[in-house]
Design a protein around this ligand. Structure first.
Ligand code: UD1
Ligand code: UDP
Length: 380
């Protein structure tokens, strides 16, 4: 039997896994292709949660995560770890996603092995070198290395054209996170975490503020300040309850638990472990509003009709801010609490933001990506 062209998806963190899972599923539905999965495990537990949920078993697991890993060392270990397997596999192309160190280093490793690169979620830009750090530059470096650029939105495609990427190499597909979100959200979702289900029952009747915070450029003082802003809001609005699934990073959780840990009674405040994606997605559906510095959450919240306060100074996802569904508050406590105060007191503003609509995709991004790739490989 003729050998099928083999593609290799390489990823390492929670968001990459969530956003590549629909693409891998769509590729596996094509009998004329083979797709392998290699994980760097830049994240360990948070990656494994997603692998379990989407039933993905990697052929290769570099198992690289170290506590408190630093960028140069992580980059070097990814390059070194991928080289032998790329040499042995010689895939037709490597698929990477987003702006993490894994995405950048995997694209570079593929280049060193003269393997083509397809970049999912290409073209997002803040135009600010250190914000988000290091993601803005990681994503630009992947652009230089990539042969196929899958832009989630027209604005992202325009950024790529402006930088000289040939128009024929850019495909606007929507963001695959919307595909993933649709795969896991259900009106009758039963929360897998019993602790979460119990807390939700205790908090019932209150307006639920869902928060995620982890950005590297905010580690330390800025993160503490944002948490103090949240503490003020809990004190001012007794009809609210706040849930914050903590990132696994010890540097992030220490600041959050120190600043926010005792801010309200347990039925009004939950600092929990990272939630399984199905639980988290369905929890977003129950939230009154969302506060985040996450990339993926900025894309998901609008498709669930949830007003969003972005606790960052810049965003590479300006579409929802432009539509009025999100406020780019800044990475400061007073700015975040002021944005929340407005949303919690102004019903008309809340309704406008909740109704802003979703600019990030229709749930068929993976299908479009796979059509482009199969056409490129088979010439039809
Ligand atoms: C990484 C990405 C960031 C992405 C984020 C998603 C880089 C440089 N950063 O940031 O773009 O937004 O993932 O969450 O690529 N840890 C665990 N268990 C885990 C995951 C992390 O213990 O499952 C701890 C480890 O101590 C690790 C630390 O968190 O060293 C930081 O992880 P790392 O991947 O370097 O950075 P993130 O801030 O997670
Ligand atoms: N997420 C999750 N469990 C959580 C918090 C977030 O599954 O407890 C999901 C979220 O829905 C989104 C993704 O993780 O799809 C975002 O990951 P993260 O914020 O870590 O990374 P970023 O998107 O900022 O790179």
């Amino acid at each position: 039997m003729k050998e099928r062209p083999r593609l290799l998806a390489v990823f390492g963190t929670r968001p990459e896994a969530i956003k590549l899972a629909p693409v891998i599923r769509a590729l596996r539905a094509r009998p004329e292709l083979e797709v392998g999965v290699a994980v760097t495990a830049q994240h360990r537990e948070m990656l494994d949660q997603v692998l379990d949920l989407f039933d993905l078993t990697p052929e290769y697991d570099l198992d690289l995560m170290q506590t408190g890993q630093e960028l140069p060392d992580l980059t070097g270990r990814i390059l070194g770890g991928l080289q032998p397997l790329l040499r042995a596999e010689q895939p037709r192309l490597v698929l990477v996603q987003g702006d993490t160190t894994t995405a950048f280093a995997a694209a570079l490793a593929a280049f060193y092995s003269r393997v083509s690169v397809a970049h999912v979620e290409a073209g997002l830009r803040t135009e600010s070198k250190y914000s988000p750090w290091p993601e803005e530059i990681n994503r630009r470096l992947v652009t230089v290395l990539a042969d196929w650029h899958f832009a989630p939105t027209e604005a992202a495609a325009a950024n790529l054209r402006r930088e000289g990427v040939p128009a024929g190499r850019i495909h606007v597909t929507g963001n695959t996170v919307i595909d993933a979100l649709r795969m896991v959200t259900r009106p009758d979702h039963r929360f897998r975490s019993e602790a979460l289900a119990a807390w939700l029952a205790a908090a019932a009747g209150r307006r639920l503020l869902l928060v995620t915070l982890h950005r590297r450029e905010n580690w330390g003082a800025a993160l503490g300040d944002i948490c103090r802003g949240l503490r003020d809001i809990l004190a001012e609005f007794p009809d609210t309850a706040l849930i914050l699934p903590l990132h696994k990073n010890p540097a992030v959780r220490a600041v959050i638990t120190d600043t926010l840990g005792a801010a309200a009674a347990p039925e009004r405040l939950c600092l929990c472990e990272p939630l399984d994606y199905a639980d988290f997605a369905n929890l977003m559906g129950r939230a009154y509003l969302i506060v985040t510095d996450s990339g993926g959450v900025q894309e998901e919240a609008p498709s669930l009709g949830k007003p969003l306060v972005v606790a960052r100074d810049t965003t590479e996802r300006p579409e929802i801010v432009a539509r009025g569904g999100a406020v780019l508050a800044g990475a400061g406590g007073a700015a975040v609490s002021e944005a929340l105060r407005r949303l919690l007191t102004d019903d008309a503003l809340y309704a406008r933001m909740a109704g802003a609509g979703n600019p990030y995709g229709d749930g068929r991004a993976a299908e479009r990506i796979v059509s482009v790739l199969t056409a490129a490989i088979f010439g039809h």
